[in-house]
Design a binder for this molecule. Sequence first.
Ligand SMILES: Cc1cc2nc3c(=O)[nH]c(=O)nc-3n(C[C@H](O)[C@H](O)[C@H](O)COP(=O)(O)OP(=O)(O)OC[C@H]3O[C@@H](n4cnc5c(N)ncnc54)[C@H](O)[C@@H]3O)c2cc1C
Length: 332
Amino acid sequence: MSAQEEKIKLEERDRTLQEIANRLGVRAERGRRFAELTSLRVGGSIDWVISPETEAQAAAIVYELEQAGIGWRALGSGSNVLADDGEHHYVVLSLSDMKGEVRVEGDCVSVSAGYSLPRLCIDVARQGLSGIEGLGALWMNAGAYGHEIGTVTEIVRVAREGKVAEIPGDSVQWNYRHSSFKEGELLLGATLRLLHDDPDQIRARMDDAKSRRLATQPHGARSAGCFFKNPPASTTGTGKIIDEMGMKGARRGTAVVSPVHANFIVTEGENARAEDALALAEEIRERVRREQGIELEYEVELWRANQPTKQVTGEVASEDRDVDEKGKEQQP
Ligand SMILES: Cc1cc2nc3c(=O)[nH]c(=O)nc-3n(C[C@H](O)[C@H](O)[C@H](O)COP(=O)(O)OP(=O)(O)OC[C@H]3O[C@@H](n4cnc5c(N)ncnc54)[C@H](O)[C@@H]3O)c2cc1C
């Protein structure tokens, strides 16, 4: 397709998108950048960011986009995405406005996709419900300290044919930092079945998890958590491998290997670049390959401007972990 044809196609897409957003009453913005929407604070321009406020709106809008042949990607808090510095010609469906209401019935808690998980942990702890303190999102089957969110998920609400559909949590395969949801599935919310416990004890466990994180991870730094998965065949975590190569503090432009946790790449400065983080990541991979014979896989998702679909980074993902007293690694 020539540049002129591409331009006409995009203008047509823009008109269609604006019409759909207006009709459904969903905010659609231009001129946003991944640097504003991801925790690494890097990444280039995005054609459109659309922000539904309710699960029904989100289900309706993705249906309409699909009917119109307009590609989209879901973005939560952007804490596991490294988007490159280019111009991303696709639509980002931001879930950050979709907070909804937390509904508690007995030991079940229903929550929408945009609700902050740390906030939810605090809310339910006050009501004496435990089981998610220290977890992350459903898509990645996030987890920490021996818990994973999939194990407490009773129902997942997904977008199907423009409507909100419910699927049982036990019909989903929950693997290590990976779920069996297919590319293009939008998760709208979930009902979690928690355990009753003493609010003081839950609070104490949350405080404990927080202090362990503060001791082992860079605090207040701009990161995406662990950058690489742990090598499946190695008993040593990736953080330790990188640390033992003396790479803590290694720098490429605006990206640095955290001096606190070697599997965290942090970015610095107003003009930080994804290019620097990627170059540093590739330098680490090259050294680990050369010196250890290990091929590190990305845990962070790389979103390329010239790739309309996500890069598949492998079936089994893992978050880097610290080594506990038994020599087994634990989530940070
Ligand atoms: C300091 C720090 C510490 C971390 N520690 C941990 C940890 O201990 N354990 C852990 O597991 N992770 C950890 N992470 C990584 C990350 O926070 C989690 O993986 C988190 O669950 C990602 O959620 P998100 O909303 O930010 O996802 P995003 O980064 O926004 O998206 C990640 C992927 O999920 C998809 N996605 C997001 N929402 C939806 C949706 N509603 N429907 C469909 N797809 C969706 C996106 O398209 C993308 O593919 C850490 C990150 C940071 C910055």
